[in-house]
Design a protein around this ligand. Structure first.
Ligand SMILES: [Zn+2]
Length: 265
């Protein structure tokens, strides 16, 4: 019913398309706002989760001249408070990297190499979060927002709305310092041995920081790394990387050079 309603409301939307996923995110957000007004918490938002559509690969990359403005302050066809829509990984493509965390197979292999290289330098990298389903993200976004009394706009500064998290792709990992757990998921992670080591070395393994201090819409997350070590992952994050370039984010020193990753060479 939700799909037919969306197709009727938004001609051109097809079940499973990224635009459809984005629209579902908007409806989930709308139901959340209604639930807040009615004072019933997230009880209305959560039943939507079981009817979320299957996800398709992201839309073709637009030419730079057609890249719409990224408005961090609202929900639009382009983004949800500055967060772009992402496809959910096929569970069959995911493998464990330990600690209950899973990633896309090739990204996981690179992460394992990254972790071993760090260990040789005496640095302990711990995976804190990898692949996340849209259902999990509904809890993380709307559930936590309800607990904290945050609006979706406030929540979006520090968390991606469901359907808009890089973690859905399986190519992203949150990393902690095994010797400094107090810095987990905190800006202070940047000053730990692990944070400094990653800043200097992660690019050699195909990883780049998704939300550096200069990011246009999302708060600084020195622990959140996305893998762009092959064509498929680079295609998924291409639009985000182009917006980053527009915002003046310079990854020249940490740019992943195709073929530089030992696993894809
Ligand atoms: Zn993350």
């Amino acid at each position: 019913m939700l799909r037919s309603l969306l197709v009727r409301l938004r001609p051109g939307f097809h079940p499973g398309s990224p635009r459809m996923v984005h629209a579902v995110g908007q409806l989930v957000g709308l139901s959340w706002m209604v639930s807040q007004i009615l004072g019933v918490g997230s009880a209305i938002a959560l039943p939507i989760a079981p009817i979320l559509p299957d996800l398709a690969p992201p839309a073709p990359v637009l030419p730079t001249s057609q890249l719409p403005d990224l408005d961090c302050s609202t929900v639009s066809d382009t983004s949800f408070y500055g967060h772009l829509p992402y496809p959910e990984a096929d569970l069959a493509d995911l493998v464990s990297v330990g600690s209950g965390v899973s990633m896309q197979r090739d990204a996981a292999a690179s992460f394992e190499q990254l972790r071993r290289a760090a260990a040789r330098d005496g640095v302990s990298l711990v995976p804190l979060s990898g692949f996340r389903s849209i259902e999990t993200q509904i809890d993380l976004f709307y559930g936590v927002a309800a607990d904290r009394g945050q609006t979706p706009a406030q929540r979006a500064l520090v968390s991606a709305p469901p359907g808009h998290s890089e973690h859905h792709t399986g190519y992203t990992v949150d990393i902690g310092d095994g010797l400094a757990a107090w810095a987990d998921l905190n800006v202070s992670f940047a000053s730990t041995d692990a944070g400094r080591w990653l800043a200097a070395n992660a690019a050699s393994f195909g990883f780049e920081l998704s939300f550096p201090p200069e990011h246009a819409c999302v708060s600084y997350e020195p622990w959140h790394w996305r893998w762009v070590g092959d064509d498929r992952s680079r295609a998924i994050f291409e639009t985000a990387r182009r917006y980053d370039a527009q915002a003046g984010i310079d990854r020249e020193s940490s740019e992943s050079v195709p073929g530089s990753n030992p696993l894809t060479r």
